[in-house]
Design a protein around this ligand. Sequence first.
Ligand SMILES: Nc1ncnc2c1ncn2[C@@H]1O[C@H](COP(=O)(O)OP(=O)(O)OP(=O)(O)O)[C@@H](O)[C@H]1O
Ligand SMILES: [Mg+2]
Length: 339
Amino acid sequence: MVGIDLGIATIKVVELKNENNKPTLVTFGITTDESTTSRLDKDTVIKNLVDLLAQARTTTDRVVGALPATSIFSTIVELPHMSDKEVNSAIQWEVKKLVPLPIEKMSLNWHILPSQEPASKDGPKKVKIIINAAPKDTTKQYVDIFKKSNLRLISLETEIKALQRALLTPTEKTSLIIDIGATNTSLMVFDNNLPLLTKNVEIGGSTLTNNIATTLNINFDSADQTKINMGLTASGGMDHPAVKSMKFAIDNILIREIRYLSTILRSSNNKNIEKIILSGGSAQLKNLPQYLEKELQIKTTLGNPWQKIKYPAELKDELDKIGPKMSVAVGLALKIFEK
Ligand SMILES: Nc1ncnc2c1ncn2[C@@H]1O[C@H](COP(=O)(O)OP(=O)(O)OP(=O)(O)O)[C@@H](O)[C@H]1O
Ligand SMILES: [Mg+2]
């Protein structure tokens, strides 16, 4: 099974096989920046994807893809125990409240989350349901990309599901996964491995690069290099204008959003975020985990998507280096272990 993550900046592919019930790496690949969606027409994306798969020498046409987090409306609702028919109409109602488009234009998918309450003798009184809705147009675009690339799309999922599979272990309590890509950041709170809250914010690696470019009055490419070299480290001085411009965006958008999520979580679920796991290319910004940990006083680590995967030891350094970018693709390929 090949997991395919079509990001704004890069395409990532990971092929896994089931070897003695252990997810085992067959091959992987990643494009250089700026090879994917939005700025490019569909035919170029298809060509880049087909080239990447050929280069990586994938051995199957069975693939799992993900819709971009920004096109998914996701909510978790708690409903009293009711019949399937009643659940269906309650969900339609919830979706109408949630999305700005007419419901006929959305593809819906929902499932009941396993109950965490101890079973009472009358059975569960309430059920929690996660509902995902995506515009049919977007879904069609993605299905079309895979079809025109001559791939068999086994499932089109959410990035949330993929990150949950790749990065969480069964013992996880209340954790926040933050996926920081090129233009978007997704925040996902999980409790005991189940999604509890999700949120997208418009900040990403490009935001930081643009801030540096404006502050230092340099072009995007030089600003990108400055970002990667410097990160949030003190080597250039934490007061360096480039570092300050990045901190400005991180403090005012990202950290503020995390604090807001913590408040909601405390008031409506009586839970605290016990751990932050970072993923996405921009999670590689130097010193970011340490910075967030210090500001928020929450243990923060870089997620390792290879933790559940068997691979040749000599690949370790290379895989670790690209790890944060590969989490979604790994999580999609892990679908092979689900029915
Ligand atoms: N070492 C690094 N330090 C800081 N930023 C980095 C580093 N390496 C990559 N990035 C940034 O990561 C971003 C790309 O990450 P990624 O490949 O996860 O994005 P994407 O999945 O294509 O985007 P999106 O999720 O927004 O669609 C770019 O903005 C890039 O500048
Ligand atoms: Mg991404």
